[in-house]
Write a protein that binds this ligand. Structure first.
Ligand SMILES: [Zn+2]
Length: 78
């Protein structure tokens, strides 16, 4: 019953395995097919906006360096 049908807020590892080198905060509003939000690229540190068609698995490309930030579906249990 919220305003969003999808929300994510995650840290992203870089190639060296630094677990919180980057971040993605994004959401999809109810009735929308657009993923909106912001990211910090773990590859180059660039901060940018996300505004793209929402499909799974989610991947967001850094506008600056082309690093592909992938968001695999989270598992329910560790
Ligand atoms: Zn980048």
């Amino acid at each position: 019953m919220g305003a969003f049908r999808y929300v994510t807020n995650r840290t992203l590892a870089d190639k060296e395995g630094n677990a919180d080198a980057g971040r993605i905060k994004a959401f999809v509003k109810n009735g929308s097919d657009m993923l909106e939000g912001e990211y910090k690229c773990p590859g180059c540190g660039n901060e940018g906006m996300i505004n793209q068609f929402f499909k799974r698995p989610i991947s967001v490309k850094c506008e600056n360096c082309g690093f592909l930030m992938k968001l695999p579906k989270l598992k329910g249990k560790k």
